[in-house]
Design a protein around this ligand. Structure first.
Ligand SMILES: [Zn+2]
Length: 57
């Protein structure tokens, strides 16, 4: 997965993990939860512009 084009706009810790807000090259905001440890489940949310090359991933 290539996230190099994403710009991190905000990052904060929660009881479940680290929540990172980033902005894709297409301009849409993405949210990702990176859990602590290895047993947690990661979570990602956010959309892409219809012509974004990173769409559908
Ligand atoms: Zn995008």
């Amino acid at each position: 997965m290539n996230t190099n084009t994403n710009t991190i706009v905000s990052r904060h810790t929660t009881s479940k993990g680290v929540v990172v807000w980033s902005r894709c090259a297409c301009g849409r905001l993405q949210m990702a939860l990176i859990p602590y440890g290895t047993d947690g489940k990661g979570l990602a949310a956010g959309g892409h512009h219809i012509q974004c090359p990173h769409r559908g991933r």
